[in-house]
Design a protein around this ligand. Structure first.
Ligand SMILES: Cc1cc2nc3c(=O)[nH]c(=O)nc-3n(C[C@H](O)[C@H](O)[C@H](O)COP(=O)(O)OP(=O)(O)OC[C@H]3O[C@@H](n4cnc5c(N)ncnc54)[C@H](O)[C@@H]3O)c2cc1C
Length: 487
């Protein structure tokens, strides 16, 4: 039966759900508060520079391809995708960096050089990671998190140990070099939690990293948004920007029946929200909210971030497209995010120079630079703090890459906790949702369907499967299937 469906927000999960629902014949309208579509994947264009403001790592190309295939398309119909070589480098000090090449053989070679005997261990580690990837991404993540039984299959029963141990334990058991240990723990940071708090099963992220590689859509990640919006539009989805939803109306039978935007009611049959889950429940009268403030307060959230978008008036040496600066103590920084939330004294950071591999991202002879420091959500955010960290990171970047940078800064802009809250209605300014810890996996995450309001659904990085662009695509598909089934 054709239903009138309103979707709140236009992030990847909403774009995905909208496309599937419109394809199934429903009338779908997407309401986005901001001026552009794509949620956190906005793009900043300034003085000829282009910056992806949110996601910049294109991992799991198979998940994107599978989404496009569902609509009779392939990735190359929508954008040009290039595998980066090296995918990234990890910097440990002055002239001390390990590049992660575009093939397993190249990676085995750098491991062996760093720790003799480690390449054999890595081969075995990657075989297990691939097996888990096939189980997780081809099967488990496509289950809607309705019941614990979804995770119980003959294959997962054999894998029970992978849910009892952690990534950190496994990596430390096999590898002795502190550098290799850090490299192998990096991919789980995308899940939003500490490696010591992430089940070993998530080592499938290591397969995503080394096995499947790091890719770049020419002209930036916003090309994914454009591609998905074009698919959704072809399916008949209508988009409304500058449309902030102020309230979700529920009738006396406990059924969602409309949205209030600029004081006017829009009546619909079904409401699906891809906005931050906590914010969406705040649009309901308190009696209809399933999760309390104390529930959210106890959850492990993925970090927030302090971000800088910098236009540099010269080309930069010693950097690649993606660079991780792990030259300081990883555990101390993690403590400041998860255990005792505070601004880190000496943070590790990520630096993205997209114009190194894609000349369309900056004017000729110049470099676009995007810096990210992960921080605890909910921290105080002031102009003075941002300036302090800008100076600190730029000094380190100059020292570690052995070149002058600050005098070549044409402009810089920053984005932090207050902006995440104001721009995206994000809980405590989290950058990428609810972490995937053991107790926040699958059926233990906030549900896709409201238990208190009929015809109200949720999607996105705070529900299943979790943070990241590929999971957002999957989340949209899962909720669309649930709506179709009428469960
Ligand atoms: C800095 C940063 C770096 C990241 N890096 C990566 C990466 O490299 N690779 C990767 O895979 N993932 C990365 N991520 C995570 C990834 O971007 C997210 O997990 C994903 O984009 C989330 O999509 P979503 O659909 O859940 O929601 P969102 O993108 O949060 O979209 C929600 C939308 O709802 C809108 N909204 C909120 N309230 C209302 C309202 N009341 N009315 C109307 N609209 C509303 C918001 O404006 C927003 O557009 C990163 C995220 C950030 C912030």
């Amino acid at each position: 039966m054709k239903r009138k469906i309103a979707i709140i927000g236009s992030g990847f999960s909403s774009l995905s759900a909208a496309s599937y629902l419109a394809k199934a014949g429903h009338e779908v309208d997407v309401y986005e508060k901001n001026s552009s579509l794509g949620g956190r994947a906005r793009q900043l264009k300034k003085n000829g520079f282009t910056f992806d403001m949110g996601p910049s790592w294109y991992w799991m190309p198979d998940v994107f391809e599978s989404f496009y295939n569902d609509f009779g398309k392939t990735t190359s119909d929508l954008y040009e995708l290039e595998r980066l070589d090296p995918g990234y480098q990890v910097v440990f000090g002055d002239k001390d960096a390990i590049p992660i090449g575009d093939s397993l053989e190249k990676i085995y070679t750098v491991f062996e050089k760093e720790e003799p005997g480690s390449s054999e261990k890595l081969r075995r580690f990657m075989a297990r990671a691939k097996e888990n990837y096939d189980i997780a991404i081809k099967d488990l993540v496509y289950r809607p998190g309705l019941s614990p039984l979804e995770l119980v299959t003959p294959v997962t029963i054999r894998k029970i140990n992978y849910f009892l141990s952690t990534i950190k334990k496994d990596v430390y058991k096999e590898f002795k070099s502190p550098k290799l240990r850090q490299i192998l723990q990096f991919p789980v940071l995308f899940l939003g939690a500490k490696p010591s708090n992430t089940p070993s099963f998530y080592n499938f992220m290591n397969w995503a990293d080394f096995g499947l590689g790091t890719w770049h859509p020419k002209n930036g990640m916003y090309r994914i948004v454009e591609g998905m919006v074009s698919i959704a539009s072809e399916m008949g989805v209508r988009f409304h920007t500058h449309s902030s939803v102020e309230k979700i109306e529920v009738n006396s039978q406990g059924k969602a029946e409309g949205l209030i935007i600029e004081g006017k009611k829009i009546s619909v049959d079904i409401i699906l929200s891809g906005a931050d889950y906590h914010h969406t429940e705040g649009l309901l009268d308190p009696k209809y909210r399933v999760y309390s403030e104390s529930y959210w307060d106890k959850k492990v959230f993925a970090p927030s971030s302090l971000l800088f978008y910098i236009g540099l008036s010269k080309k930069i040496k010693e950097v690649y497209h993606h660079n991780l600066f792990f030259d300081v103590d990883f555990d101390r920084h993690a403590q400041a995010i998860y255990d005792k939330p505070k601004w880190p004294d000496n943070p590790l950071f990520y630096a993205n120079f997209p114009s190194v591999s894609d000349p369309t991202m900056a004017p000729k002879g110049k470099e676009a630079c995007f810096l990210l420091i992960p921080i605890a959500p909910g921290l105080e955010d002031t102009p003075e703090l941002r300036k302090h960290y800008y100076e600190l990171i730029m000094d380190r970047l100059e020292k570690l890459t052995g070149q002058e940078l600050k005098t070549y800064v044409e402009f810089y802009e920053s984005f932090c906790v207050n902006d995440f809250i104001e721009t995206y209605n994000s809980y405590k300014g989290n950058a990428y949702g609810l972490a995937n810890t053991l107790l926040q996996t699958a059926f233990l995450r906030p549900k896709l369907k409201s238990k208190k309001v009929k015809d109200l659904f949720f999607t996105g990085q705070l529900t299943v499967p979790g943070p990241g662009v590929p999971p957002a695509l999957i989340s949209g598909k899962l909720v669309a299937e649930l709506i179709q089934k009428g469960t």
